[in-house]
Design a protein around this ligand. Structure first.
Ligand SMILES: [Zn+2]
Length: 87
């Protein structure tokens, strides 16, 4: 059986009244906001669903960035802000 996890990232930031607010991935999925950013690099992300026996949401960066620890398979080891960071 597959473990029921949402992976290492389960939070993101959305803009509410001009400020970035941290929310959980499941809330982000329900809100369907277009402006969602990564907490680590501030890059724009979207919520995708994994269609497995236990469907779970996960984050996907619109543009890949090797300075983001939220994408371990790409991470260069040095954290840096996304070149197209949402302000
Ligand atoms: Zn990121």
């Amino acid at each position: 059986m597959e473990a029921m996890t949402t992976g290492p990232i389960d939070q993101c930031e959305i803009k509410a009244d001009g400020t970035w607010v941290t929310i959980g991935i499941r809330d982000a999925q329900l809100l369907r906001k277009t402006q969602i950013r990564c907490k680590a690099c501030a890059g724009r992300i979207r919520v995708q669903m994994k269609f497995t026996a236990h469907p779970s949401p996960y984050f996907m960066h619109f543009a890949k960035h090797d300075g983001c620890r939220n994408t371990p398979h790409l991470f260069s080891g040095v954290s840096s802000r996304h070149p197209e960071a949402l302000e």
